[in-house]
Design a protein around this ligand. Structure first.
Ligand code: HEM
Length: 180
């Protein structure tokens, strides 16, 4: 007769034991409380050499990846200009009040290039927050910083249609502007 002695795969439980002649003999195992469904993750397998550790190393070796050459950071980048940079080879995005060239990070993005390209040429702050509000984009993209956008929801009407208006903390823009 076939027996299953592995407590992890065996169908028997403490309740079975309690119901059986062995009631009173503690077997040490009970069914773990598992959630009914585990949310699907959207991480994709990346090419060898494109892990987050590799990105951190790349960042350390290449301090300037925005493509500004020797120009200083720009203070007023029109959103109409951001909108022109929407190919994988030349992808800009506005994220939390800053304009980034996100092309260098694309092959390293754990969610895949296609997902990240949804933010190309637009203000991707809301999309970004939807998937991973906890990710520190300021740190990850610091070497890809181009400057700040001219559009400011609080003081100036925007010339571009955003995916969705939301509150952008003034502080984020002020702090980077003071560094320019
Ligand atoms: C703007 C458009 C973006 C979209 C639509 C997007 C989407 C996604 C998605 C769907 C995932 C997989 C989430 C999961 O596994 O649950 C992901 C993961 C990730 N993304 Fe993005 N992303 C965007 C931009 C960025 C940017 C700009 C950065 C940082 C510079 C970034 C950093 C990450 C990191 C670190 C992860 C892994 C998170 C984890 O381990 O849980 N993403 N992204």
């Amino acid at each position: 007769m076939e027996t299953n002695s592995n407590p992890l795969t065996s169908k028997s439980t403490v309740r079975d034991a309690a119901d059986s002649k062995d009631a009173g003999t503690f077997t040490g195992f009970s069914k773990p409380a598992m959630p009914k469904s585990i949310p699907k993750r959207g991480k994709v397998p990346l090419e060898k050499g494109y892990s987050q550790v590799d990105w951190m190393r790349t960042k350390k070796e290449h301090r300037k990846m925005a493509g500004l050459d020797s120009q200083p950071l720009r203070k007023e980048i029109p959103l109409s200009e951001v909108a022109q940079h929407k190919t994988a080879e030349d992808a800009w995005t506005v994220l939390n009040g800053k304009v980034y060239n996100m092309t260098p990070y694309l092959p390293f993005h754990p969610g895949g290039k296609a997902q990240m390209m949804r933010g190309a040429g637009i203000d991707s702050s809301e999309l970004f927050r939807k998937y991973h509000a906890w990710v520190n984009a300021d740190m990850l993209l610091e070497n890809c910083l181009l400057g700040t956008p001219s559009c400011n929801f609080h003081t100036a009407p925007c010339e571009m249609q955003h995916e969705n208006d939301f509150f952008r903390p003034q502080a984020a823009q002020t702090s980077v502007r003071s560094q320019l």
